[in-house]
Structures are given as structure tokens and as C-alpha cells.
Design a binder for this molecule. Structure first.
Ligand SMILES: [Fe+2]
Ligand SMILES: [Fe+2]
Length: 339
């Protein structure tokens, strides 16, 4: 992955440091970022991108950036400041659901999902989106889908017994069950190629707004901190529980726009797979984890609520921009390459 253009003083500074060999640097000031009205410095776009790049050092790395930066103390200090800001950002937007008794966790997750009344991006994509809008949607999704399942994999060594077996069962499907061509990230690359998009990892990082980056950042935040493991599992459960029907609609929308079976396969695969994953995630994984950790049931629900809220903010962003006849991507020169 290449570093995209900086979006403000945080990323300007971070990218300049990363271009050099690992060294100590005085990190930029702690947040809040972008919360002071009219403050052009340290905006949310800037902070989300800085956090995303800090996390990327734990995934595929960044071209031209020394791998030793991953555990550099100055870098970790900056990352912690960004995470503290992001946790506050989440806390202001996601009301903490009441902590249910352990045995009620699967039911409470289902109720949380059922109560979600965000706008339906999938209904729009099924019946109304044009090809340019569908491509934009896939560009946004590529930021996560090309590393699909990786953030939740951080949870495996943090679990034991039944919840661990359940998480591994889900992840095994996400990674293709031993067949690289069936990996969900690979199926998504076929969707991208079918739409004439660049399927290389991180190709569109510079084009997506903070609302898109936040969706992946929250998973990395939960995955990389053991104390957040309850939220990580709840997040995955909400993901799986809200996947089957939307993916059917995405497939129908792409068929309406002329997408062939290969391009639609990613979505079709998730209609079946996630109907199964939903059950495993809610009962075998979250239910069993809650039984072992009754003090963490509130965290499970909070992780699920974060997933639902960030998805709603993402849908509102796309639909709002499209309603105005604008692109949902960042309005930079590079936009031309997607349209
Ligand atoms: Fe998947
Ligand atoms: Fe799944």
C-alpha cells in the first residue's frame, strides 16, 4: 500500500516521520481533533487517516516505510493519542446499551440489530443506484474487504474453548477454508475487476472519507486491545447479523446494472455464509463468551452498537451525497480515475 496524500497537520507530520528510518519524535498534541468548530487544524479526516496508517503497520505495512516502525515507541505514543480521541468520538455517538445477563446476550444482540432504523443503503443499491454509484460503494468497501476478517483474527489468541472454536469456524470460511480462490477478499477483488476497478490492496485509500476509515479503525481498535475483546466479538456478531439480506440486495443491484456472475459472487456467497455465521457468532461465540465472562456482556453489546452506528453514518454519508448529485468519495483530482 502506498501512503496517500496527507489530510492535515497530523498526517503531514506522521508521513514525514515514516519516510525516514525509525527514530524518536515528539508526537503531535493530544486530541480532541476536529471537535472545535471552525478549527481547520487536526480535523477528523486527518485523525482517522493517521490512525488508519498507524494500524496498517500491523497488517500489510506501507511501501517505503521501514517495518520496524510497527513497535516504535514514538509511533505507539501517537497511536495511543489517536485511539483516546477515537474512543471519545465513539462514546459521544454510540449510547452504551444496558448490560444483559449472560444467557440473554444472543437475544439482546438480535434486539439491538432489529431496533436499528438507519437508512437502507442496500435498498438504494438494489433498485436505484447507477453504475457510477455502485462503483463508488465498492471503492469504499474495498478499504475493509481487501483485508476482510483480519481485524477479528486478533481475537483468536485472546479466547479459549467454545468461543475460540466458534470464531475460528467463522474465520476459516472468511479465509476460504484452505482454498485461496474462495477467500472472501479474493472474491471481492473479482467484484472490483468486474466493475473495472483497481483490485490492488489500498489502491483507493486516498479517495475514501473518514466515515469509511472509521469502519475499519474501530475493528483494529477492538482487535488490538485485549481489554476490548468483548466489544470485538459483539462487533463481529453485529456484522454477521446484518449481512445476509443486504448482500442479496447488492447482488440484485449489480445484476440490474449488468454485473456478471463472477462480479456478483462475493455478494451471493455472503447470503448463505452469513446466515450461518450469524448463528455461530451470536450463540456459540458471544453466548459462550458471555457465560464465561458475565462482567463483559455490556462490552459485547457496545461493540455491536458501534458496528451498527458506524454503518449508519456511512450509509447516511453515501445517500446524502448522492441525493445532492455529488460523489460520495473525496473530491480530489484522483476521483476522475473512478468515475
Ligand atoms: Fe465474508
Ligand atoms: Fe461472514
Amino acid at each position: 500500500m502506498q501512503l496517500p496524500a496527507p489530510r492535515g497537520p497530523l498526517t503531514e507530520r506522521l508521513f514525514a516521520e515514516l519516510a525516514r528510518p525509525p527514530h524518536a519524535f515528539g508526537p503531535p498534541p493530544a486530541g480532541p481533533y476536529g471537535d472545535r468548530r471552525g478549527d481547520p487544524c487536526f480535523g477528523e479526516e486527518d485523525a482517522q487517516l493517521a490512525l488508519f496508517v498507524c494500524y496498517e503497520l500491523h497488517y500489510q505495512g506501507v511501501d517505503g516505510v521501514d517495518d520496524r516502525w510497527e513497535w516504535n515507541p514514538s509511533l505507539l505514543t501517537l497511536r495511543e493519542r489517536l485511539e483516546t480521541w477515537f474512543e471519545g468520538w465513539l462514546a459521544r455517538r454510540v449510547p452504551r446499551p444496558p448490560a444483559p445477563p449472560s444467557r440473554e446476550v444472543p437475544r439482546a444482540l438480535a434486539a439491538l440489530v432489529a431496533a436499528d432504523d438507519g437508512p437502507s443503503l442496500s435498498a438504494y443499491l438494489r433498485s436505484r443506484a447507477n453504475t457510477a454509484q455502485f462503483r463508488e460503494f465498492v471503492v469504499h468497501r474495498s478499504i475493509y474487504q481487501l483485508k476482510e476478517a483480519d481485524p477479528h483474527t486478533w481475537g483468536i489468541p485472546r479466547l479459549l474453548g467454545r468461543p475460540k472454536a466458534a470464531l475460528v469456524e467463522i474465520q476459516s470460511d472468511e479465509y476460504g477454508g484452505g482454498r485461496p480462490e474462495r477467500m472472501h477478499a479474493e472474491l471481492f477483488r473479482a467484484t472490483m475487476r468486474g466493475l473495472g476497478l483497481d483490485d490492488s490492496y489500498g489502491a483507493y485509500l486516498g479517495l475514501v472519507p473518514g466515515a469509511t476509515l472509521a469502519i475499519t479503525n474501530v475493528m483494529s481498535l477492538f482487535g488490538l486491545h485485549r481489554r476490548r475483546r468483548g466489544a470485538l466479538l459483539g462487533h463481529l456478531a453485529a456484522f454477521e447479523m446484518t449481512s445476509s439480506l443486504p448482500n442479496r440486495r447488492y447482488s440484485q443491484g449489480l445484476r440490474r446494472l449488468g454485473g456478471d456472475a463472477g462480479a456478483r459472487r462475493y455478494f451471493d456467497e455472503h447470503v448463505q455464509a452469513d446466515a450461518v455465521h450469524e448463528q455461530i457468532a451470536a450463540h456459540d461465540m458471544c453466548g459462550a463468551f458471555a457465560a464465561e465472562h458475565p462482567g463483559l456482556t455490556g462490552d459485547i453489546l457496545y461493540g455491536a452498537a458501534c458496528a451498527l452506528t458506524l454503518d449508519r453514518l456511512f450509509a447516511e454519508h453515501l445517500l446524502g451525497r448522492w441525493r445532492e448529485g455529488r460523489t460520495s468519495l473525496r473530491e480530489t483530482d484522483a476521483e476522475v480515475t473512478v468515475r
